[in-house]
Design a protein around this ligand. Structure first.
Ligand code: 4AD
Length: 551
């Protein structure tokens, strides 16, 4: 008996005949399927140009037999694994068939369950309630199923027993599945712990939507120590995690508290546009866009618009996105951030500084007093101490002395001299060392924005301020504004800006000029300080920075 092998055209399958016209691909397969047959291999025939079948050489035959042995073992192993998988499947099907017989039905004689959110579980002790949410944690133990339910407003431990713990949906339950559970809320006995000190003893439950198991399961998609970029791709899922959601809950309370403090100061909220045709903080960070054929930008700051609001509404503020095409990849720069800005009329620089430190101090106080955010700040930043008034006031020139005395060099590695920018690293070293809020004031004209008012006593510097916080550095920037028309026009010219585009801004100095000042707070930076986050990226819902504009 003969069997044929052609390494180019042959196919190693059970269906292949192994004939001259339907050869196998490898001698090993041929030896495996037809061990008694003589093997012929398609090759260049000896002493000839021709190709054809010739009997396999002794050495190749030895190799083929060895290969056949390996194949046999491999196939035996595969068959065993298939058998095991099949019996497992049958077993599971049998088990599920049994589980399917367990029917979960609500006992309609029980008192009506009141639908509640998890924020109010502790107020509903001994009552029958309906709770709905996502399976945050889950374990099966000694015939009981423990679900930690999450609905965004809180967590609740739910205990399923009897058939509820045994039924198919419980056995197949996955993290992040949605469920509706009915039962009575009980106070936990001494020594046991669960969120709120209560747990729900379930008498009925339904799965509303199963989340995937296996490769697509939440624990596979969102792994704690995964690369930050992979986690950002899954931001819609990572948001559900305890830490990120806690920071964003504090963020909500922070913005609310700012609004509350501004209201106490009789300041009105306005909503300036995001699409603009004037720059505020220099051309290098402008996001340009085509606006029906005209050049426009995404706003860098709403300041100029806020200034125009003061004569109409008095002191004003806004909570608005600002956009910066930052080239710097630092942990405190975003391309889009939530800018809380305020503008105040008829006050001097000292009053202005007092206002800023008061607003920040009161806001932090309200956040810490908030029943949701307060405990979260404690949890995220156990060492946080609320700032107290007054903040340390430090002039730019004194900061240079401080930096030089402490051996902290400027960006060129040299001693600081008047006119140098205090870059992020140096600023942070100083702030961390001093370790309390600083109002850093009176920066030189040439390193600050065109609209800033000069100090009367030292016209080399401006009536400007940066608020610096430990671990983050600058969280707020502001200044008094030039209120003299000619001086502002000269500044606009000096900056190389198109004076005409600013007519509405300069008009303010024409139609009843007034002493005024304002500031902008970086929400994400304040949050990084408050919640002890390494980067502002962890303080934004869907952070935008160089190379990241999704999801
Ligand atoms: O110091 P800045 O550039 O000041 C202004 O825009 C003024 N026009 C504000 C005003 O007076 N109304 O920005 C103010 C604050 C900074 O202190 C910082 O907290 C934040 O905005 N900020 C950023 N936050 C995140 N990413 C960026 N790229 C930021 N740029 C500024």
């Amino acid at each position: 008996m003969s069997v044929y092998v052609n390494e180019k055209t042959g196919i190693d399958t059970k269906e292949t005949a192994g004939s001259e016209s339907a050869p196998f691909q490898t001698p090993a397969f041929a030896a495996f399927t037809q061990p008694e047959a003589k093997i012929f291999v398609y090759k260049q025939l000896e002493e000839s140009e021709e190709f054809g079948y010739a009997e396999i050489s002794a050495s190749a035959l030895k190799k083929a037999k060895k290969g056949a042995e390996g194949l046999k073992k491999k196939l035996e192993k595969q068959a065993k694994a298939d058998e095991e998988a099949k019996s497992k499947q049958e077993e599971a099907a049998k088990k599920f068939a049994e589980l399917d017989l367990i029917k979960i039905e609500e006992d309609l004689s029980l008192p009506k369950a009141e639908k509640i959110k998890l924020r109010s579980t502790t107020e509903k002790v001994d009552q029958r309630v309906l709770v709905q949410g996502w399976v945050h944690r889950f374990r099966l133990q000694k015939g009981l199923a423990f679900i930690t339910l999450r609905d965004g407003t809180g967590f609740l431990q739910c205990v399923l027993s009897g058939d509820l713990a045994k039924c198919r949906s419980t056995v197949e339950l996955t993290l992040e599945s949605t469920v509706a559970i009915k039962g009575v809320i009980n106070k936990l006995p001494e020594g046991k712990t669960a969120p709120g000190g209560v747990e729900l003893k379930a008498d009925y439950y339904e799965v509303l939507g199963f989340a995937p198991a296996g490769d697509d399961s939440i624990t596979n998609k969102v792994q704690e120590n995964a690369d930050p970029s992979l986690l950002l791709d899954q931001r819609h899922l990572t948001l559900r995690g305890e830490t990120l959601s806690a920071v964003l809950k504090v963020r909500s309370a922070l913005v609310d508290s700012f609004r509350k403090v501004f209201a106490e100061h009789h300041m009105m909220e306005v909503t300036p546009p995001c699409m603009v045709q004037t720059q505020v903080e220099g051309g290098s960070t402008l996001f340009k866009m085509d606006y029906y054929g005209e050049e426009a930008y995404l706003t860098q700051s709403s300041q100029l618009y806020l200034e125009t609001c003061v004569p109409a509404f008095g002191d004003v503020f806004c909570v608005q996105e600002s956009f910066r095409a930052e080239k710097s990849h630092t942990r405190r720069h975003l391309s889009e951030y939530t800018h809380i800005e305020a503008e105040l009329g008829f006050l001097d620089f000292e009053e202005f500084l007092t206002h800023i430190e008061t607003v920040i101090t009161k806001t932090v106080k309200y956040v810490l007093e908030d029943p949701v955010a307060g405990p979260l700040v404690k949890q995220l930043n156990p060492g946080f101490t609320a700032p107290s008034l007054p903040f340390l006031r430090m002039k730019y020139v004194d900061a240079l002395d401080w930096l030089n005395e402490h051996g902290i060099p400027n960006e060129d590695g040299e001693k600081f001299k008047f006119g140098d920018d205090i870059a992020e690293a140096a600023e942070r070293k100083m702030t961390d060392e001093i370790n309390k809020p600083i109002l850093l004031t009176r920066f030189p004209v040439e390193i600050k924005s065109f609209y800033m008012k000069k100090d009367k006593e030292d016209p080399r510097v401006t009536e400007s301020v940066d608020v610096l916080m430990p671990n983050v550095g600058e969280v707020t920037g502001g200044s008094m504004r030039i209120d003299d028309l000619a001086e502002l026009e000269a500044a606009i010219k000096r900056e190389g800006l198109d004076a005409e585009a600013y007519y509405w801004f300069t008009d303010l100095r024409k139609y009843g000029t007034f002493q005024h000042g304002g500031y902008g707070l970086g929400t994400e930076r304040i949050l990084a300080w408050l919640c002890d986050r390494f980067t502002v990226r962890d303080c934004s819902l869907y952070p935008r920075f160089t190379g990241r504009c999704k999801p």
